[in-house]
Design a protein around this ligand. Structure first.
Ligand SMILES: Nc1ncnc2c1ncn2[C@@H]1O[C@H](COP(=O)(O)OP(=O)(O)O)[C@@H](O)[C@H]1O
Ligand SMILES: CC(C)(COP(=O)(O)O)[C@@H](O)C(=O)NCCC(=O)O
Ligand SMILES: [K+]
Length: 261
């Protein structure tokens, strides 16, 4: 059994997974490192501060880490760590040069671990739609994530409070400010998701549909509550939430790479 770690640095958090060969053992997340930190942290101190205790028992300095980042300022803080292998190219075809590696690796994970064609709805700092068929990127879209949406309304106005996402489906026709904000944001996001799913399905009827990201479970639950449950069982049956798509993507890539060695 080979122990190794996968790392994805997103715009809000670092996402880690511990694997033994192809088997995912444990996942954890933490906030960004503080940039001014000197000296730049070594791996054991990052893991000591953030990883669960069983990870700290592993031979940390010799573990291979397969990593992807979309936040260069965070990457810089750990670039000196020689056991980290930064992945910059994936076998996914027809990606454009500035496409986020987190989107690439997540789509790769969805396609390889579930099925192609596939549509990934990633509720992270940004909300992204990323779609592909037969190992080829087809297209996608980027908008504000749930928290970013709520934070932006507060940030760009004088009177709007900073709210958390409502735990349940909010009313659409609100009669107070907090409900109007939550209803506006959530119903608009769900309607967008619905629209993108239906547009994709009309071209790729046998697609898998994967929700992922920090808000993935939440959006999946609210989406099913709003649009699906009774109406379209066939669609429900191929729609999943899986927070580990990015790790399946890295693992699938690693498997190909190490097979060739
Ligand atoms: N512990 C947490 N810390 C921060 N955000 C969280 C947490 N749990 C869930 N979230 C949700 O996850 C979203 C960020 O998604 P995530 O996938 O972690 O982002 P990224 O990959 O961009 O770093 C936020 O919008 C927030 O609502
Ligand atoms: C769209 C993103 C900001 C999403 O980041 P995340 O919410 O996962 O932190 C990231 O994938 C990114 O910086 N992409 C580059 C532009 C593109 O994908 O077209
Ligand atoms: K993400």
């Amino acid at each position: 059994m080979i122990d190794w770690l996968a790392l994805v640095i997103g715009n809000t958090r670092w996402h880690w997974a511990w694997f033994q060969d192809d088997h995912l053992q444990h996942v954890w997340h933490h906030e960004h490192l503080v940039n001014s930190q000197t000296p730049t942290p070594d791996l054991s101190s990052i893991l000591a501060a953030h990883a669960p205790s069983q990870i700290r028992l592993l031979p940390i300095e010799s573990l291979n880490i397969w990593a992807v980042s979309v936040v260069p300022s965070q990457t810089r803080g750990v670039e000196h760590i020689s056991t980290i292998r930064w992945l910059r190219h994936f076998p996914l075809e027809k990606v454009y040069p500035t496409m986020g590696l987190d989107r690439i690796v997540t789509l790769w994970g969805a396609g390889q671990h579930y099925s192609w064609p596939t549509l990934v709805i990633d509720g992270g700092t940004a909300l992204t739609f990323t779609a592909g068929d037969a190992g080829t990127f087809v297209g996608g879209a980027i908008l504000l994530g749930v928290r970013s949406h709520l934070a932006a309304l507060h940030h760009y106005t004088a009177a709007l409070p900073h709210l958390s996402p409502p735990p349940h489906l909010p009313t659409r026709w609100a009669q107070d400010t907090p409900s109007a904000i939550q209803g506006g944001v959530i119903h608009t996001i769900l309607a967008s998701i619905h629209e993108f799913i239906h547009s994709w399905i009309s071209q790729y009827p046998d697609t898998s549909i994967l929700f992922t990201g920090g808000d993935g479970e939440y959006l999946h639950r609210l989406y099913l509550a709003q649009y699906q449950i009774q109406q379209n069982q066939a669609l429900v049956n191929r729609t999943w939430f899986d927070p580990n798509l990015m790790f399946w993507g890295i693992s699938a890539y690693r498997k190909e790479e190490t097979r060739e060695l």
